[in-house]
Design a protein. Structure first.
Length: 144
């Protein structure tokens, strides 16, 4: 992703959340509650006696299979949206922590030649997957 697509630091992440994102977050919250599980059990309890209303067992099974497949498909899409946003937020926070740690390391560099600091900064970037366009890499390049 390019710089224009993804903010560099958590403070640069937009607080504007779209309607779909709010809906997906609400669904993710609600689906983890006991009331959602109770609703699912209620659907099954209401579905079971419908075998007496339908002439074919195949139709009876097709109804529950279709309903559960559609609900599962929609839930996966909504929960994936929520998980992707959560992963991005964690990534931005880790970058901010790595950037702050790199700044602290530079401040604490007492030998002055930066020999150990450069090695440690490279290890830090490798450990958190910090890309050269982000956080501590940008600041380290400005210091040298």
């Amino acid at each position: 992703m390019g710089d224009a697509e993804q903010p560099l630091m958590p403070s640069e992440v937009s607080s504007n959340v779209g309607v779909f994102d709010r809906f997906a977050a609400w669904i993710a919250t609600m689906s983890g509650r006991a009331t959602f599980f109770s609703f699912c059990v209620l659907v099954i309890v209401l579905w079971v006696p419908t075998i007496f209303l339908l002439k074919s067992v195949d139709t009876w099974q097709l109804i529950i299979n279709t309903v559960t497949t559609i609900i599962t498909f929609l839930m996966v899409a909504l929960l994936q949206n929520t998980q992707a946003r959560s992963d991005q937020a964690i990534h931005h926070k880790l970058n901010a922590l790595a950037d702050g740690l790199a700044d602290l390391m530079a401040y604490m560099d007492t030998d002055g030649d930066g020999r150990y600091l450069d090695r440690d900064l490279k290890e830090l970037r490798a450990a958190v997957g910090l890309e050269t366009r982000e956080g501590s890499s940008r600041n380290a390049a400005n210091r040298t």
